[in-house]
Design a binder for this molecule. Structure first.
Ligand SMILES: Cc1cc2nc3c(=O)[nH]c(=O)nc-3n(C[C@H](O)[C@H](O)[C@H](O)COP(=O)(O)OP(=O)(O)OC[C@H]3O[C@@H](n4cnc5c(N)ncnc54)[C@H](O)[C@@H]3O)c2cc1C
Length: 419
């Protein structure tokens, strides 16, 4: 009998698994339908031996000491300050827009004081800030909006900024100094040996079993557990009964080159040219020394894996209905970006998971009864779970869904720990 069945081995699921196992001695089964741990932060070595981020570049940054200290237990770090250039008017200039961006683009020699006046002279007065276009134009004017924001937003969202809610671009970070760092958080660092290794360390506790290549719906019916933590898409959990929550997706195209470095910055944004939005060269992020280098080109698209929730009022309304159901679901906690239909950075997801853990621990300390949820019969809304574990398969192909649960988890756990 597991105390917790956790769905999803990303930051949300892995943090909760680790805390519940190490701090409360809970027995945890962590399942993920992918063939690996780490969720979207998963990294791995490509065929050339270059460490890449399979689901797009992930850079860790946080202002939360609590989150940093928590993850610090599972990895050594490499100090890393992220930098991004934008390709505009045939030049590569720093983004967020800073003093150097303006001086390079306009061939000026402004000081920090002058550049503030420059932005003010460009800005257009808007009575009401309703759309993303209003946010940018009212701060830096139409010309910079056209050069840096409009094309990028159209590619990213498939919508013109004038059709996107102001919240999408709540703030336009511009700097009057020469600070070219992309983030200004207090903690900016990358796990020294990559994210996946860090996840491996988080999940190495003996109370945690990991099952990969497994949709929870295929096993939920025959694995007894007391409580579930669900970090998958909330609409899928409720069989899309209010409709599918819309997401913007991405296609990643990886290119390896026979040279140590290929481009002049970790990330180059292309607001106006080409079909892709940005190109990332991983070795800048990872610090890996290697004679070859791999880059990823990102193409935004409507269909595919869910990446960015689309922030429109009608979608918020659909989510509100799912949220109500989720709140009423007995013995299931919903956590992470997909279960709460929000774009969160990694540190925010860890913070959310730690908060949920504290709530669970507090509840148990206060003696609240935990009702037995799993009955081996796939109660509730199980889609495929029918008490027989049909349809279950895993990486080694030696789990048949009817085989012994402990055998399957042991094999998978060995697989994970081998990494
Ligand atoms: C392109 C891109 C770049 C990003 N870059 C950054 C960055 O630079 N810095 C930063 O801080 N954040 C970044 N993020 C955000 C970061 O990816 C998220 O904060 C983080 O991955 C969220 O973790 P999670 O555990 O909530 O979700 P996930 O990592 O998505 O984990 C959820 C897991 O649940 C599993 N799952 C879903 N349904 C089922 C099911 N039915 N059965 C079993 N398993 C299931 C999924 O396979 C998945 O592995 C980026 C996001 C994107 C899209």
């Amino acid at each position: 009998m597991y105390d917790f069945l956790i769905v999803g081995a990303g930051f949300a699921g892995s943090t909760l698994a680790e805390r519940l196992a190490s701090q409360m001695g809970k027995k945890v089964l962590l399942v993920d339908k992918r063939t690996h741990i780490g969720g979207n932060a998963y990294d791995c070595y490509d065929d050339a031996g270059v460490l890449i981020h399979k689901y797009g570049p992930h850079i860790f940054h946080t202002n939360s000491r609590m989150v940093f200290d928590y993850l610090d237990q599972f990895t050594k770090w490499r100090q890393y300050q992220h930098r991004v250039l934008a390709s505009v008017d045939g030049q590569l200039v720093p983004i967020p827009i800073n003093l150097d961006t303006i001086n390079s683009l306009y061939g000026l020699n402004l000081s920090s004081l002058d550049v503030d006046k420059f932005f003010a002279s460009m800005a257009e007065k808007r009575e009401q800030i309703r759309t993303s276009e209003d946010v940018v134009v009212s701060k830096v004017g139409r010309e910079l909006y056209e050069k840096f924001f409009r094309g990028y937003t159209r590619k990213q969202w498939g919508l013109d900024p004038s059709d996107l809610d102001a919240s999408v671009t709540a703030r336009v970070p511009t700097r009057t100094n020469r600070d070219a760092r992309y983030f200004t958080d207090a903690y900016q660092a990358m796990p020294l040996h990559g994210f996946t290794r860090m996840f491996g360390n988080m999940l190495s506790h003996e109370n945690i079993s990991v099952m990969l290549n497994t949709d929870y719906r295929d096993v939920k019916g025959y694995i007894p557990y007391k409580c579930m933590i669900y970090t998958g898409p909330v609409d899928e959990y409720f069989d899309n009964r209010f409709g599918k929550l819309p997401y913007r997706s991405l296609r990643f195209e990886f290119q390896t080159h026979d040279t140590e470095t290929y481009q002049s910055a970790p990330v180059i944004n292309y607001p106006n040219d080409f079909a892709y939005t940005r190109v990332t060269e991983f070795k800048y992020l990872t610090g890996q020394k290697h004679p070859k280098t791999t880059l990823v080109y990102e193409y935004s698209q409507a269909d595919g894996d869910p990446y960015y929730p689309i922030p429109r009022p009608e979608n918020a309304e659909i989510y509100r209905q799912y949220h109500e159901l989720a709140n009423a679901e007995p013995n299931v906690h919903f956590a992470g970006r997909l279960a709460t239909y929000k774009y969160y950075n990694m540190d925010q997801v860890v913070a959310q998971a730690l908060t949920l853990f504290n709530k669970i621990a507090e509840k148990e300390k206060n003696g609240s009864a935990v009702v037995y949820a799993g009955n081996g019969n796939g109660n509730g809304h199980a889609v495929n779970g029918n008490g027989n574990g049909n349809g279950h398969s895993h990486k080694n192909g030696n789990g048949n869904g009817n085989g012994s649960r402990s055998e399957i988890t042991k094999v998978l756990k060995r697989e994970i720990l081998r990494r």
